[in-house]
Design a protein around this ligand. Structure first.
Ligand code: NA7
Length: 540
């Protein structure tokens, strides 16, 4: 049972991968901590993303914590790409093992938080009308947790049930024999569509942009492989914490232009057969050279034409944006699903959705009768989850006001922002976050934040705040790197283009996780260069 204490050393938002480990680290330092979680249990995105087919597309042996060797030895993953339920079980296991639940307040949402200069504290307001005080206010909101339900006219009049993949109910949704519509075909839609098709009476997929997806070719791990992984714990941890991507993926250091077109195609074919992200690691210039990028795009388009029997449907499925500039997707039988008799593909770019009707959905040219509507329409990424809380720093200025024009998002290392003392963001905007292995990024941020707080305590300090100059330089560095890549050339959630009215800006650090970590370590080794550290109590 959560007690009635109202004042803490730290309040953390969210009990996902970030919040759980942050709680553990701060408790180890002897701090009093309260985690506030909206769901009724731990798990974060893995608590909410229960849609059929939901799984992780990072190898399970890397998609976990490595802070505890014992935990790594105790937990056994069943397959290469873990399903949502297995990851949720893992996070529950972690919560039990480290006795974390006693400091987590479930079914509660943080609505607002203000920094109070007079007492150098954060006042954290909850949706139950109460509030908490904390010296440190730490966000573990995640990068992709603010679900985007497009503002379609008429949704409130729809007579059937509708769901967003990122906010899926705990009870099983019954699709059997029903007419289902799925809007969206990013990672979530591509995972859900083949599973829903198996059960539905009829499935209509409303696709705005055709996507590249690669077969995951998931498989069960053998006991020998698992044992070897556990024996190699130190090496796994090293890879997760020292590689550019934070996982085992290694990009071959060879240009696609240095080999013949035949050899290039053979290489792509071999990687396609291997499955997973092997294709993205074939050459070192896939994401920097448009000619090379087009060669892999053409290869995948060839595969789609081979797999999908109806030429009209195949044509609609052919993507033409630069491969990899939207998040690459792994699938299990996605293109094959369009060979099923109970599946129809509708191109809503050429025939846009006009409204949701009481009985289904209407495009400019057609009306579709539906019993269930599934929104696989993604997220307001990076800033979305932070903006859903009214976070205010010095002089009552809100984060939203400070970053009002999206191009003006300014952070130092993606961890802190000037004017918001003692506020830390785990995998915030302008950190490597979602473009590397999330658990690696999370462990590194949590460790850095915990070390920073320990440093303050050891040095009789109580306040840390980024300088405007440091964040200006960091943000400029982030933008300059992004501009050198092909990512900025495509509309995606990476650029904010998926959210109506959101200013375009690339909010993920692309300089490599290894370099990023080194930079963070250098800054802390120099006594937290770019931050102002002080003892406000002594000054008051
Ligand atoms: P994504 O990747 O943002 O995909 C959202 C999908 O929804 C995508 O196909 C969108 O089409 C489509 N969409 C969004 N809004 C609309 C409207 N208004 N009309 C029609 N179609 C729409 O989200 P996911 O949940 O699949 O994946 C998010 C991340 O989670 C993923 O990258 C992994 O990192 C894990 P669009 O392409 O914008 O034309």
């Amino acid at each position: 049972m959560i007690d009635k204490v109202k004042e803490f050393d730290a309040v953390i938002i969210g009990a996902g991968f970030s919040g759980l480990y942050m709680l553990h680290r701060l408790r180890e330092l002897g701090l009093s901590v309260r985690v506030i979680e909206t769901g009724n249990d731990v798990g974060g995105v893995w608590y909410w993303n229960r849609y059929p087919g939901a799984k992780c597309d990072i190898e399970s042996i890397y998609y976990n914590y490595t802070f505890s060797k014992e935990l790594y030895q105790e937990w056994t993953w069943t397959s290469k790409y873990p399903e949502q339920e297995e990851i949720l079980n893992y996070l529950n296991y972690v919560a039990d093992k480290f006795d974390l639940r006693k400091d987590i307040q479930f079914e509660t949402r943080i609505t607002a938080a203000q920094y109070e200069e007079t007492n150098n504290q954060w006042n954290v307001e909850l949706n139950n009308g109460t509030s908490l005080k904390a010296k440190y206010f730490i966000s573990g909101v995640g990068c992709l947790s603010a679900a985007n339900v497009p503002n379609f006219k008429g949704l409130d009049r729809f007579k059937g049930n509708w769901y967003h993949t990122g906010n899926w109910p705990k009870e099983k949704v019954d699709f059997s024999g029903k007419r289902i519509g799925v809007i969206g075909n990013g990672s979530s839609g591509v995972q859900a569509i083949p599973e829903i098709a198996k059960e539905a009476g009829h499935l209509t997929v409303f696709q705005r942009t055709p996507q590249y997806t690669i077969p995951a070719r998931n498989y069960k791990y053998s006991p020998e492989f698992i044992q070897k992984t556990k024996d190699n714990y130190e090496e796994i941890r090293r890879i997760m914490h020292e590689s550019p991507t934070g996982n085992g993926l290694q990009i071959r250091n060879i240009s696609a232009l240095s080999v013949s077109p035949e050899e290039r195609t053979q290489t792509y074919e071999k990687a396609w057969q291997e499955g997973g992200f092997a294709l993205t690691s074939t050459f070192n210039d896939l994401f920097t050279n448009e000619v090379v990028n087009e060669s892999v795009g053409e290869f995948i388009r060839g595969k789609i034409k081979e797999i999908v029997k109806n030429p009209e449907t195949a044509k609609k499925l052919l993507p033409n944006y630069l491969f990899g500039t939207k998040r690459p997707i792994l699938d299990t039988g996605y293109y094959e699903t369009f060979n099923r008799e109970n599946v129809t593909l509708v191109d809503v770019k050429s025939d846009p959705i006009v409204e949701i009707t009481p009985n289904g959905l209407r495009t400019e040219n057609e009306e579709y009768e539906l019993d269930v509507l599934v929104f696989a329409t993604g997220y307001d990424g990076m800033t979305g989850p932070l903006f859903r809380i009214d976070i205010r720093g010095r002089d009552g200025v809100s984060l939203k006001e400070k970053w009002e024009d999206g191009a003006a998002v300014r952070t130092y290392l993606g961890i802190a922002t000037a004017g918001f003392p003692n506020f830390f963001m785990i995998t915030g905007p302008e950190s490597p976050s979602v473009l590397v292995n999330m658990p690696s990024a999370i462990e590194q941020h949590v460790d850095w934040i915990a070390d920073c707080i320990a440093y303050l305590n050891q040095n009789n300090l109580d306040t840390v705040e980024s300088t405007s100059e440091a964040e200006e330089a960091w943000s400029k560095h982030c933008r300059e790197i992004a501009e050198m890549t092909l990512y900025v050339k495509t509309d995606s959630w990476y650029t904010g283009a998926n959210i109506e009215g959101k200013p375009r800006s690339f909010l993920i650090y692309l300089g490599g996780f290894d370099y990023y970590k080194q930079k963070c370590n250098e800054i802390s080794a120099k006594g937290y260069e770019g931050f102002v550290l002080s003892n406000q109590k002594a000054l008051q």
